[in-house]
Design a protein around this ligand. Structure first.
Ligand code: FCB
Length: 475
């Protein structure tokens, strides 16, 4: 890292805009260890993780970070780190443990009270709150009816959004309806590593995307009907797809398709109000029939919420020529994290300044502020480690954080309206199919004791956030 060698004047230029949001992101299933949910196996994920073969290190999220009991001290950590923003998701399965009827809303008031306490605690500390409504976990009663392949889920989701806005809206600053709809559709219906575990079910996958769009649009509307000035969007997972061989037209074609589908499909739909059916999806009649206009979808994003971790090198594979979401290559150039994800801050700069530009304004020309709602670096340390020095000197994470913030800074200097950055994650947590071993936390968790310890990266981040600048880089 050559920061210390830079001239003082160039360092002084590295101030972020006033009121920039510095935050950390989480999601409920990954941190909560919610006894009510776990004891009753209320969600598809709490069911799925009962089978240890579904998780690489055979752990589960039954306890996770015990956030339900420890939220107050975890929110203290936000303040300790000089942060002013926090992102969490609501546990839909625990708030709506059974279906409502036409005459009766079935809501678990204890869970609403719990979230009111969490959000009020944050508000008392002047922490801005981002709330996600769907972060990969469905109530089991909906999963049993086909989950997002069933349009009913979209309308139940809108009902849930309305409940959330009515009960909690006064304490929420930013809403994200869905987290990473394309990652969800891909991992659950193509890759098969998340519930319901379908592999290469392209029609189902496309139906899931369509129903997520219907649900997003209806939720956006429901929240705005309650609070007209609410800031509502969703979180896109952006992954730039690079052809392994620039001179191979098939590799170019695969990366073009993956980019069009994974990165642009949802954004284009929200921009235009129509679900497009790009090639090669358009080869299939049943997929073409699913494309087209969706009610209330057009312009249903007040800001852009971008989750970015890595780029992906991809290549054509003759063994799977028609996988529209493509095949990942084993080829890597840049340094990688424990998941094999390349660190590539230049990609972040490019996506902010160039690739997402068509979505920086809505169709009427109104500017959308941009928030990076996830970005982070995963390491691997077994779940049963307890006290000791392991994993605290996390120079790689510090380097990743600093280099990606430099891209954010450069994009702001280039005129992009970025108003906040939320690092994934505040705490080590349950990393889905990878389990507890993959750790993204600024704060380490020793799971056997639940002890929290600040990593070096947390100290670095707190200096950056506290000075609102990249000046103070030192590890
Ligand atoms: C994102 C997810 C988040 C976490 C990080 C590492 O795609 O939104 O829950 O798993 O990846």
């Amino acid at each position: 890292m050559n920061t210390n060698k830079e001239s003082k004047s160039s360092q002084q230029n590295r101030l972020f805009p006033d009121n920039f949001l510095w935050g950390a992101s989480t999601s409920h299933f990954q941190i909560e260890g919610n006894r009510f949910e776990i004891n009753n196996r209320l969600s598809d994920w709490s069911q799925w993780t009962q089978d240890p073969t579904h998780v690489a290190d055979q752990t589960n999220a039954d306890h996770a970070c015990e956030f339900v009991e420890r939220y107050a001290s975890d929110l203290d950590l936000i303040t300790t780190l000089n942060l002013n923003a926090f992102r969490l998701s609501l546990n839909w399965a625990a708030i709506c443990p059974e279906p409502s009827t036409a005459n009766e809303l079935k809501i678990n008031r204890e869970m609403i009270d719990f979230y009111r306490r969490v959000l009020q605690t944050a508000k008392n500390k002047n922490i801005k709150i981002f709330v996600t409504l769907f972060h990969f976990c469905l109530p089991q009663w909906l999963a049993e009816e086909g989950g997002w392949t069933n349009e009913k889920t979209a309308y139940e989701f809108a009902r849930f959004a309305k409940i959330a806005a009515q009960e909690l809206g006064d304490l929420v600053d930013f809403w994200q309806t869905l987290n990473e709809p394309l990652s969800y559709a891909y991992e659950s219906y193509i890759n098969g590593i998340w519930p319901p575990g379908f592999k290469n079910e392209h029609t189902k996958c496309f139906r899931v995307i369509r129903n997520q769009l219907i649900g997003h649009a209806a939720a956006y509307k429901a929240i705005h009907e309650i609070e007209n000035s609410a800031q509502v969007s969703y979180a896109v997972h952006w992954r730039s797809f690079i052809p392994r061989n620039m001179n191979n037209p098939l590799d170019l074609f695969v990366s073009y398709c993956r980019n069009k589908i994974f990165n642009h499909l949802f954004l284009m739909a929200v921009q235009s109000g129509q679900l497009p059916c790009p090639f090669p999806f358009s080869l299939f009649k049943e997929l073409k029939n699913l494309a087209g206009p969706i009610a209330d979808l057009k312009d249903s994003a007040d800001f852009l919420g971008i989750n970015y971790y890595t780029r992906e090198i991809c290549e054509f594979s003759s063994s799977a020529p028609f996988i529209p979401l493509g095949i990942r290559s084993d080829f890597r150039i840049m340094p990688v994290n424990a998941l094999g994800w390349e660190s590539c801050p230049a990609t972040l700069l490019r996506l902010l300044t160039v690739d997402t530009r068509p979505y920086h304004k809505n169709s009427k020309g109104k500017e959308r502020p941009i928030y990076i709602t996830e970005n982070g670096y995963g390491t691997r340390f077994a779940a049963n480690l307890s006290s000791g020095d392991w994993s605290l000197r996390d120079e790689d994470r510090g380097e990743y954080l600093h280099s990606h913030l430099l891209s954010v800074y450069q994009a702001i200097k280039a005129g992009v309206n970025i108003k906040g950055y939320l690092h994934w994650s505040l705490l080590d947590n349950f990393e889905w199919a990878e389990g507890l071993q993959i750790r993204f936390g600024l704060v380490r968790i020793a799971y056997p004791s639940q002890e929290r310890t600040l990593r070096d990266s947390a100290r670095l981040y707190s200096e950056i956030a506290g000075s609102n600048s990249l000046i103070n880089y030192k590890l």
